[in-house]
Design a protein around this ligand. Structure first.
Ligand SMILES: Nc1nc2c(ncn2[C@@H]2O[C@H](COP(=O)(O)OP(=O)(O)OP(=O)(O)O)[C@@H](O)[C@H]2O)c(=O)[nH]1
Ligand SMILES: [K+]
Ligand SMILES: [Mg+2]
Length: 365
């Protein structure tokens, strides 16, 4: 039996099985099996030409945003509106067949925006160019899910399911579980809180199913079976996602009002140039980047320049971004801004900077 058939069979069985206390355990095991087969689907099948030409676009700029959506929702039109790149747009589905990068300048930061082919249901199992498209999504710092405001309401769930199937978790954080595989000593399973959705026996069996017989597990929050499997597989990507409904020029005010209230959602019309600037603001917000200005002693900070850092960046990261030898000559730093207790605060390498901080690095004599 092929993997696809095995997957279909397990999915059928899950569908057949009623969800209740008595079947919970059995369902947990089925889900573990399903995840295992899906993982195999993702692995390259030996033939090296499989990767798909036109999809390995070089990363550039400070962050990468990938547009994911069904055909003809307006992804290419949006790329044309937001960047100087041109990507063919037309009323036919599957107009775009490769990955086309564009660049957005946002107050001195550069965001790489990727136009991609439309995906269809079953994309994660290799339908269309789905597999290449979702593989690109895995490399993004933010997924921009482009949706057609005039189409059915379940687009969002369908797309999310395709991303889930390749190990992408959108707008979720990594489950708070310590998990370490060991070479001996058996299984040690502990929890620091009450578990209502999973129990020790289930954890034990899932680990056995993955042929893990020695490991330390410390569960620190009330996780589900799926979340535990994510931890065990370890290759999940947790990516922020912003939902962008396009073509709002073609729906009623009532419909618009309902969509606009959904979380993490921006409504736009490429055709009427509606809300596009706001969309870029929201993209920046969801990328969760931090801008830090550096200054020299006795001089004003350079508010035009500014370093773009990941959230959680420290003074050490700032040093690396300025010059590769700076960290070795580092004595202390002075920080002005929201991360400082008083202005300026004298800090060490481990100090976490915040958006719009000003940093002066003082070197060893
Ligand atoms: N009414 C309306 N139509 C739009 C809007 N934006 C794009 N379109 C139209 O939607 C159609 C599809 O646009 P594309 O940009 O090619 O869509 P796509 O998502 O890139 O499509 P594929 O590459 O085939 O997946 C075109 O006919 C566009 O003119 C909009 O804001 N309103
Ligand atoms: K199209
Ligand atoms: Mg297109």
């Amino acid at each position: 039996m092929g993997i696809l058939e095995k997957i279909a069979e397990i999915e059928r069985e899950i569908g057949r099985t009623q969800k209740n206390k008595a079947t919970e355990y059995h369902l947990g095991l089925l889900k573990a099996k399903l995840a295992k087969y899906r993982l195999q689907l993702l692995e390259p099948s030996g033939k090296s030409g499989q990767k798909g030409e036109g999809f390995d676009v070089m990363r550039s700029g400070d962050a990468r945003v990938a547009m994911i959506g069904f055909p003809s929702v307006g992804k290419s039109t949006l790329l044309n509106k937001l960047t100087k790149t041109h990507s063919v747009a037309s009323a036919y589905e599957f107009t775009t067949l490769t990955c086309i990068p564009g660049k957005i300048d946002y107050h001195g930061a550069q965001i790489q925006l990727l136009d991609l082919p439309g995906i269809i249901e079953g994309a994660s199992q290799g339908k269309g160019r789905g597999r290449q498209v979702v593989a690109v999504a895995r490399t993004a710092d933010l997924v921009l899910m482009v949706l057609d405001a005039t189409k059915a309401k379940n687009q969002r769930e369908l797309l999310e399911r395709e991303l889930e199937a390749v190990g992408i978790r959108v707008n979720k954080r990594r489950p708070n579980v310590y998990f370490k595989v060991k070479t001996g000593g058996g299984l040690s399973i502990n929890a620091t809180c009450k578990l209502t959705k999973i129990n020790e026996k289930m954890v034990y069996h899932i680990l056995h199913d993955y042929r893990i017989f020695n490991a330390e597990v410390l569960i620190r929050e009330d996780i589900t079976v799926d979340e535990f499997i994510d931890v065990v597989l370890g290759n999940r990507k947790y990516i922020n996602c912003l939902y962008c409904y396009n073509k709002i020029d073609s729906i009623s005010m009532e419909e618009l009002d309902a969509i606009a209230r959904e979380p993490n959602t921006v409504v736009v019309s490429c055709e009427m140039d509606l809300n596009l600037e706001y969309l870029v603001d929201k993209m920046w917000e969801h990328l969760n980047l931090t801008r830090v200005y550096t200054k020299k002693r006795g001089e004003y900070p350079d508010f035009d320049g500014g370093l773009i850092m990941r959230a959680g960046a420290t003074i050490e990261h700032v040093c690396h971004a300025v010059h590769r030898t700076l960290r070795d000559n580092f004595r202390y730093a002075l920080v002005w801004g929201t991360s400082a207790k008083h202005n300026p605060q004298r800090v060490g390498l481990a100090h976490v900077v915040q958006n719009e901080d000003v940093v002066q690095i003082v070197k060893k004599k």
